[in-house]
Design a protein around this ligand. Sequence first.
Ligand code: NI
Length: 136
Amino acid sequence: MQVTVSRKAHFNAAHRLYRKDWSMEQNDKVFGKCNNPNFHGHNYELIVSVTGEIDPETGFVIDLKILSDLIKEHIEEAFDHKNLNLDVPDFQDVNPTAENICVVIWQKLRPFISTENDLEVTLYETPRNFVSYKGN
Ligand code: NI
C-alpha cells in the first residue's frame, strides 16, 4: 500500500533567464521579458510529495514536521528573498528556469528522504505555470 504525503511551501525570489554565451538579441528572442537585465521576481509555491509504505509503528509515511523542517532548512533558507542568478551557487552556470529550479530542489532534498520512498517536487512559478520532477 503506497501512500503519498505532501507539504506545501513558499519562497520569493528574483531571477533572469539568459545564457551568457548568447547575444542580447538571441536572449531576447528566446527569453523575452524574462531576459530583463534588472531581474524580476516570482512568488514560488512548492509542493513536496513523499510516497511510500505506512510505518506500522507510527502510522506515518514520513513525519510532516521532519519534511517541513527539511524544506525550511534546505530550500527556504537557500532561496527565499534571494536573487537566484547572483546569490545561489546552484545557478551560477544553470539558467534558473522553473524546470531547473525544480530539479535543484529535488536534488537538495533527495539525500534526506529514505531510499525506500519516492520523492516528487512540483514548483509553481505563477498560479498557472508549474513544473514537476520525480527523479527520472
Ligand atoms: Ni521569471
